[in-house]
Design a protein around this ligand. Sequence first.
Ligand code: ZN
Length: 413
Amino acid sequence: MRLEDKLTTARGYLDDPFRFEFDADVIGKVTLPDGRQGVLLAETYFYPTGGGQEHDTGMLGEAQVVDVFVDDAGNVVHVVDGEVTGRQVPAKIDRERRFGFLQQHSAQHLLSAVLEDMEGLETISAKISIDSPTTIDVPLANLGEHDWLRVQDRANALIYADRQIKSYFIREPEIATVPFRRPPKVSGQIRVVEIDGVDYSACGGTHCTRTGMIGVLKILKSERRADKLRVYFVAGRQALSYFQNYYAILTQVARQLNTNPEAVAQNVQRQQEQLRAAQVELEALAAERLPLEAKRLVATAEPFESIKLVIATFPDRTAQQLRALAGLLQNEPGMVALLATYDGMKLALAVACAADTAVSASELLRKHLSQIGGRGGGDARLAQGGGAATEEQWQAFFANTRKFIRESRESRE
Ligand SMILES: [Zn+2]
């Protein structure tokens, strides 16, 4: 990061990232293009968005600071949601938010250094976040679970070692004397953030003063993003709240399974096996039940002209199950059966016609499905199809069945 010619507002946070309260000297106010008010200070401890780290929030007098950014002239603009009156006002920075960014940002430098050192993976970009995992993009690489664990172990060992983190400015001619992880492509004065013996980065962000302050670093996952690999991790307090949240979920699941968290995976596997066995048995029972069901439907058949007519609708049958049932009904003398199922959106229909009825199942199916623009096929004895239907279409679906049967018989005679 280059600071020389754009450093208009004095930036106190660079030297003291733990100053959360200060007396602010108001030196100017601006109305932003979107109508919001911006306040300029002689010196600020509010961090403005930049370098992958988001701005601070807090209070300026009675007004809330909702955004902080650097304008084209190099001023730090504090966007407020109310009036700031007086030349000197008390300023207060949201500690939790700043501390969260500070932990994540130092953790990012540390992990970037370890990834480069152990795996030769250079950090292309990073996004520091306190609400979701922080991400580092590196070139595509094939790292196994064991490699990620080694990287994670090394990063955490450096946290336990409690190395010093310091920042200082150098001038351009001194660049060659600093072993930068990524040489800065800038001129003028450069801020160096150094993790003792581990990492030298050109960075204008806020950082922990020792690695121990990062607390813990947990790599969550890595995934391919176009030609890059994105690494997700959490650190510090965010890592704790992640653990807290996941542990609460795991404990709840364990309670529902009547077991302890350690046995959840085994327990779920056993239940899945039991479920599969139960499904197989259920299908066998359903197949056994089919002839009984067919017999019952025959008993409820309504005489229509010289045929026995069955119109049956089921709330939850698969197309396969309907077909199996229709297959039995087609052997019943005089039978014309229409079996349907509708789930509120999709309709499935199976039609069975006994050979002695002179009614064509495929024609009867086609006439019904033409009402909803559905598709299907079959032969004169057995036909099957379906399509999307509205509730109204479903209600009116069998209104013309008797007319269709007559037409089908006439056309076959
Ligand atoms: Zn940085």
